[in-house]
Design a protein around this ligand. Structure first.
Ligand SMILES: [Fe+2]
Ligand SMILES: [Fe+2]
Length: 177
């Protein structure tokens, strides 16, 4: 069964669910949500479920990737990576470049999911979504694993004041929506 409504309730929670979580936990929770919504997008592309269920799931995917996903990339680019030690700068730059690389294809996925959420049952829309999801999924999963292996472990080693500053920026980023 496709989980519904997972992207709701994001406003004001500070990112990654709950302002009382550590910076590390929030980033990892965001990664789990990205994995979850990629899997939901694949189910939509495969036309799993009844049309109404599929439309709702497509709306969830579009909503998640249109807001929380880009917030997470902005968190990393603007609030996390600049605070990491200099020796990680090249690895952080690689992850940042992957954010830029993936944005256009994510936007296409959102567009196709928006159409399906509106009840469009056109075969061409599903084919386009399937192509985009199959291209995006492996590279995004690899990106998440790369960050988890090389960058996120360093986040918990950051000076607590730096972690607090990053958390405050992340909260402000969501409050500004
Ligand atoms: Fe990232
Ligand atoms: Fe990330």
């Amino acid at each position: 069964m496709i989980p519904m409504g997972l992207s709701r309730g994001g406003k004001g929670n500070g990112g990654g669910g709950g302002r009382n979580r550590s910076l590390n936990e929030r980033l990892l929770r965001c990664h789990e949500k990205i994995r979850t919504f990629l899997a939901i997008a694949a189910r939509v592309a495969a036309r799993a479920g009844a049309p109404k269920e599929r439309a709702d799931a497509a709306a969830d995917v579009a909503r998640y990737f249109g807001s929380a996903f880009f917030d997470h990339a902005a968190d990393e680019d603007e609030s996390i990576f600049p605070r990491l030690p200099q020796e990680l700068a090249a690895l952080a730059a690689r992850a940042g470049a992957e954010h830029v690389r993936d944005e256009p294809i994510v936007r296409v996925m959102i567009e196709e999911c928006d159409l399906i959420s509106q009840g469009v049952e056109d075969e061409a829309v599903y084919e386009k979504l399937a192509g985009v999801v199959s291209e995006l999924t492996p590279r995004l999963l690899e990106h998440l694993t790369f960050e988890e292996d090389y960058l996120i472990p360093a986040v918990s080693e950051l000076d607590p004041a730096l972690q607090t500053a990053a958390l405050e920026e992340m909260a402000q980023r969501r409050d500004a929506r």
